[in-house]
Each structure stands twice: as structure tokens, then as C-alpha cells.
Write a protein that binds this ligand. Structure first.
Ligand SMILES: *Cc1c(COP(=O)(O)O)cnc(C)c1O
Length: 362
């Protein structure tokens, strides 16, 4: 790796593409003759407006976002979206949630403050190691939406098939899989993603929302910032946005477009994940923590037979130059997050390391 950089397996903030970081570095002191850094720029300036507009246009191209969807850049990260979704979409005050792990649990807890939450499927019985069957959910007629966390970052599961929402609006938290594979936006009412997992720096969420779901008749006490309409009407420039995150994410969108788009990303991500999963399937020491058919291509949790050995591998991995491989405390073991920007070489190097560790500790 150049610049003495490390293979960083963090679940987020996570690696960004090296060519993007190089471009940002080159533009740091004087952005394209503007005489200033993007961090110093007025969000009302022409030069920033172009950065914002290009970022949106490139994301639309990348995901093929239909014209009847708005793209919003909202601060507050993922956690604020747990509240913004029910605040804006609970019209009847009833919503269905699929409980698949740590992040859907947080979304459920937040939604309960605003209305009735019906958990229509759960994988709690097996410590969230699989995706429950969502082909025939019991969805009440007055449900405002069905919510999923499409990739559970901590538990390492992914929906490879979307739930049958029986005509209700599908809302998806795509934070840890955003732009990792092609996505048919028209199947969703709302997609949101905190960008620090698979796109750019922390401090922003991208929200893609079907226009007819944007409401004016919210509780009058709703903070102006928490209404999607505020952001939609102002092209995400109602107040000072996270200009820096918009700029960096815009660069990543362009980079993905220049490198084959989401089809190419999906192919690369499948190849990368297969290197690690194939090893785990053969290993006598390490075991994948997730049911095979529900495995995430982005977050790979795995364990050894004991907590002590887990800790020993984590320490050895650090000494060998890998970073952030410790698993989340709710799952234990190790977790390798291998987002878009993790090079294939990084996954190969990790597998080599794990193989060697296993041979030495057999
Ligand atoms: C990280 C994460 C969040 C929370 O994001 P914050 O920006 O830290 O609030 C929500 N959902 C998923 C799936 C995540 O991975």
C-alpha cells in the first residue's frame, strides 16, 4: 500500500478509494482556481452549487434513480434517519419493522416513540445470524410502511431478496451496502444511507425518497430540519449542509461511474467476499457467524472456538499490520468489513494471515 497506509477493515468510517483521496489532496489548498478549499467555501456560492448539483446528477446516473424521486443530503448521519422516517412517513401511526439485528433494533426503538410498531419478522431467536422469511408477512391494512435494514453491519447479514410488502411502501436502511451492487430504486418508497460506511466521510446521510411520500402536514412541533420537505424544497441547501461530505461523496460517485458503475462493483464485491468465505468454509479454526444464504458481501463476522483465541487473533492481526478486525461485542469474534474501497489484495492478505495463524495454532 502506498503512503504507508494500512488495510483498514473498520465497519465505519471506513476506507475510501485511494485515487479519490489523492484528488482531494490535490485540490485541498485551492479548489480549481477558486482560491479556496472546499471547507472554506460558501454553500451559496456558484462553485459549491456546481459541486452539489454534480454530486446529485452522478448519483442519479449511478443508481438510475427515477425522476419521481428526490435525492436529499441530510446531516445527523444514520441515527437521525431512525427518527426522520417515522416522523415523516407515519401518517396512520402504524409501521411494520423486520428485526434483523443491532441497527434494525435501534430503528424500532426510535419509531416506537412516534407510533405503533409491529415487528413482522425477526431473527432474534438465533442471535440475528440469518434473514427471516419475508415472503408472506402479516401486514395490517393501515400500515404506513415496511422497514428493513438491508445489510446488518454488526451481524453480517444481507437481504438477497426484498420482502413482499403486499403493496405497502418499502423503507430501507442501506448504510452499509449503499452502492455495493445495482439497486432497483423503483421498488422502494425510501432508501437512506449514512455515507461513512461505503462512500465518504461521516456526518451525512443520503435519502432517496419518492416524491408523493413527502408530506406537508407534519406535527407542527416537528423541528424544521427533520422534515424531508424542508430539504426537498431547498435542494438540500435549506441551511449550511455538510459541504465537505457532499464534495467527497460526489468524487466517489464519479469514481464509481468511471470504474464500471454498480454492476462492476457487485462483481468485484462478490469476488472479494468469496475469497474470505471460501477460506472460512474450509477452515477448521474459524467459522462464519451467518447462515450461508444470508451472508453479507460487506461485513464478515467470524469466530474461533473461544473468546481467548478470538482476542489472540485480533492482537496478532494488529501486529501483522491489519486494523479494526475486532468483532462487535454483541457477536464477539472478529469482523472484516470489506466495502467497495477495500482492495482485493487486502482480502487476500488477510486470508494469507489467517491461514498462517491457523497452521501455527493447529
Ligand atoms: C452505522 C450504521 C447506522 C448508524 O449510523 P450513524 O451515522 O453512526 O448514526 C445505521 N444503520 C446502519 C446499517 C449502520 O451500519
Amino acid at each position: 500500500m502506498k503512503y504507508g497506509r494500512t488495510y483498514n477493515f473498520s465497519a465505519g468510517p471506513a476506507m475510501m478509494p485511494e485515487p479519490v483521496l489523492e484528488e482531494i489532496a490535490a485540490e485541498m489548498m485551492n479548489y480549481r482556481g477558486s482560491g479556496m478549499c472546499v471547507m472554506e467555501m460558501s454553500h451559496r456560492s456558484k462553485v459549491f452549487q456546481q459541486i452539489r448539483d454534480e454530486a446529485e446528477a452522478d448519483l442519479r446516473k449511478l443508481m438510475n434513480i427515477p425522476d419521481n424521486y428526490k435525492v436529499l443530503f441530510v446531516q445527523g448521519g444514520g441515527t437521525l434517519e431512525f427518527a426522520m422516517v417515522p416522523i415523516n412517513l407515519m401518517k396512520n401511526g402504524v409501521a411494520c419493522y423486520v428485526e434483523t439485528g443491532a441497527w434494525s433494533k435501534k430503528a424500532i426503538a426510535e419509531a416506537k416513540k412516534y407510533g405503533e410498531v409491529k415487528i413482522v419478522a425477526s431473527s432474534k431467536d438465533e442471535n440475528f445470524s440469518y434473514i427471516p422469511d419475508c415472503s408472506d408477512l402479516d401486514i395490517p391494512d393501515n400500515a404506513d410502511y415496511v422497514y428493513i435494514c438491508e445489510n446488518e453491519t454488526i451481524n453480517g447479514t444481507t437481504f438477497h431478496t426484498l420482502p413482499n410488502t403486499k403493496g405497502k411502501v418499502l423503507v430501507s436502511d442501506q448504510s452499509s451496502m449503499f452502492l455495493s451492487r445495482p439497486c432497483d430504486v423503483s421498488k422502494y418508497g425510501l432508501i437512506w444511507a449514512g455515507v461513512q460506511k461505503n462512500v465518504g466521510p461521516a456526518g451525512m446521510a443520503v435519502v432517496i425518497i419518492r416524491e408523493d411520500l413527502i408530506r406537508e402536514d407534519l406535527d407542527p412541533k416537528t423541528p424544521v430540519y427533520l422534515s424531508y420537505k424542508t430539504h426537498a424544497d431547498a435542494d438540500s441547501l435549506y441551511n449550511t449542509p455538510n459541504c465537505w461530505a457532499i464534495y467527497c461523496c460526489g468524487k466517489v460517485f464519479k469514481y464509481l461511474l468511471d470504474n464500471g458503475g454498480l454492476e462492476a462493483m457487485a462483481k468485484r464485491n462478490e469476488e472479494k467476499a468469496a475469497i474470505l468465505y471460501d477460506f472460512l468454509d474450509e477452515s477448521k479454526l474459524f467459522t462464519g457467524a451467518v447462515r450461508k444464504e444470508d451472508r453479507s458481501l460487506m461485513n464478515v463476522p467470524f469466530v474461533t472456538p473461544s473468546k481467548e483465541q478470538d482476542a489472540d487473533v485480533v492482537a496478532a492481526s494488529k501486529a501483522a499490520g491489519f486494523d479494526n478486525l475486532k468483532g462487535h461485542k454483541s457477536v464477539g469474534g472478529l469482523r472484516a468489513s470489506i466495502y467497495n474501497a477495500m482492495p482485493k489484495e487486502g482480502v487476500e492478505a488477510l486470508v494469507e494471515f489467517l491461514k498462517k495463524y491457523e497452521a501455527e495454532h493447529a
